[in-house]
Design a protein around this ligand. Sequence first.
Ligand SMILES: Cc1ncc(COP(=O)(O)O)c(C=O)c1O
Length: 392
Amino acid sequence: MATNRHGLQERIEARIRENLLDLVDSKQWNIYRGRFVNAVQARAEELLGVPCLTTNAGTAALELGLRAHGIGPGDDVVIPSSTFVATAQAVLLTGARPVLCDVDDTTFNPEPEHVRAVLTPDTRAVIFVHTFGNPSGAGRVAQFCTERGLLLLEDAAQALGARLGTRAVGSLGDGAAFSFNTSKPLSCGDGGMFTTGDPRVHERAKAIRHAGLREVPDGRFLAHEIGGKSLLTEFQAAVLEPQFEAFEELAQIRTQTALLLREHLPRVSPHARLQHIDHDALSAWQRVAVTLDTPERAEQVLAEHPWLERFYIAALVDEPVVARHALYTEEIAHRCRDLWGRLVGVTLWPFQDLDELILQATNLTERQDKATVMPELPEPSEPPGPVNGGRR
Ligand SMILES: Cc1ncc(COP(=O)(O)O)c(C=O)c1O
């Protein structure tokens, strides 16, 4: 119901204001003593079931995950050709080489055969990106990585709250990175989080996150290795904390909105096909996406429906830094451009007016009487169950 959505948003915004004022007055801005970073970490750990380290961005969290596993120059890291350039940049920042693999045309995620096709003698890790919040295929790629002795890092930048069967995204591999950037399910402008179930990797990532510092037996903190500074501040955490508190309600509204949009979005063209979600997967619905049969048709749909968007400014292989430093075949480049050209949809930005988006999607653009035309969402109750996408 519209009032529910708005009521929740207003409540969260009021709590953010309160938190920020309290924080300014308290002058407890150091993250190690501050209450908000600790509260966010504790709530995230409860949600995901693995220890978390907050960071200043998702890119930093990915880089930390790679570095903490010892990935660096001479190593190859497989990444999907459907991802945002930040995935490739995190690999490049460590000195390793991104190797692009193809993805499934319906989930936009890789399958084991796509990873297998691009392995090199130097491949040490695979980054699985949960595209637009969708974890479909992650279990199969995790199994493949285990069999091959490859590290699996999850790029869960878009996927906080997604689940595969009974397991939370962020706990499926050797480590995971989340983002709290403006377009992500929870946002504080910019921010991130690294998760791992391995205590040694956690400790190493924690050290690299802050000047390489580790506690030595006499109680001092000394820098034993190269480390920068990529901490989430108390101010960012003060914005995130009420969102984490309301996580279930927010996720439910997001899911209901996404399902409603998925009913309407295919109407933009008889050639539009919804992103596939496996039967055991629950998407975080960062975006709702369809593919058209050709890039030309996508162009036409975008012209007719200005509320729809393309998701990245360029296909990954058309990012100059990727073209210069990553490894991929001509065929993968061709398929990467083709998928990018055919993909359109909407981003479910946090703090946006979802009613407006729903009105656009349902073609009710003349809003004479919002209250009477607004499609009703059910009252929030139990957290939503998995969405059956119909295949696999
Ligand atoms: C798939 C993916 N990976 C990584 C990132 C990087 O996250 P951040 O912008 O927080 O550094 C993003 C976000 O933009 C993303 O969408």
